[in-house]
Design a protein around this ligand. Structure first.
Ligand code: C5P
Length: 218
């Protein structure tokens, strides 16, 4: 197989990471969860008590921070933070951090470096429109707000995290709003992306649908 890049974008809870991970396994290619990278940086800024309006401070920290994705685990300065970055207190801040231009500049650079080396499926908000503009296949994955919130709620509850459905709904709406309205690389469907609505579909149905799009497009 020739080297291939697959870009998966869409709002929170559309199923991007579950679907991307399964497709990566099936195709034997690398999965890159860019949201996890923004979450890791956010966790560091929270732990250090940084005021994110202090752009110079944010820049210094971002440029001296190591974020790595290895075998499905997320490492922040060599510490495994895979579970911590999913906590609601990180979700509540991540979109504000991701809207800061110097944060995006640094992470987009790292993401492009990762995609240079090997075939990848990369998910996020600006992959098809910016990070991997030349990706062979672009998918815009979405679902209704209610369904997205329901999936997130079940996921967090299964992990034993104490949240209400209302909190999750508000978090998703808030992040959708910040992600689609920010100035730098907002969330939007790339003109050449295929829209896949996952509302009411099983994981397997969506995986099969995307695999056939990949077969047609690659
Ligand atoms: O994918 P996930 O929901 O974990 O992403 C967390 C947040 O990171 C998003 O709500 C968005 O604000 C930000 N993000 C981004 N660009 C990406 C990936 C994620 O701005 N490529």
């Amino acid at each position: 197989m020739n080297r291939i890049a697959i870009a998966i974008d869409g709002p929170a809870g559309a199923g991007k990471s579950t679907i991307s991970r399964l497709i990566a396994e099936k195709m034997g290619i690398e999965y890159i969860d860019t949201g996890a990278m923004y979450r890791a940086i956010t966790l560091k800024l929270i732990n250090k008590g940084v005021d994110i309006s202090d752009i110079q401070k944010v820049k210094d920290i971002v440029n001296s921070t190591k974020v790595e994705l290895v075998n499905g685990r997320v490492y922040l300065d060599e510490i495994d933070v895979t579970e911590e970055i999913r906590m609601p207190y990180v979700s509540a801040k991540v979109s504000d951090v991701a809207a800061i231009p110097c944060v995006r500049e640094r992470l987009v650079h790292l993401q492009r470096e990762m995609a240079k080396k090997t075939s990848v499926i990369m998910d996020g908000r600006d992959i098809g429109t910016n990070v991997l503009k030349d990706a062979e296949v672009k998918i815009y994955l979405t679902a209704s707000v209610e369904e997205r919130a329901k999936r997130r709620y079940i996921e967090l509850k299964n992990k034993g995290i104490d949240v209400t459905f209302e909190e999750i709904c508000n978090d998703i709406k808030n992040r959708d709003n910040i992600d689609t309205n920010r100035e730098v690389n907002p969330l939007r469907k790339a003109d050449d992306a295929v829209l896949v609505d996952t509302t009411g579909k099983s994981i397997q149905q969506v995986v099969d649908e995307i695999i056939s799009i990949i077969k047609e497009g690659a």
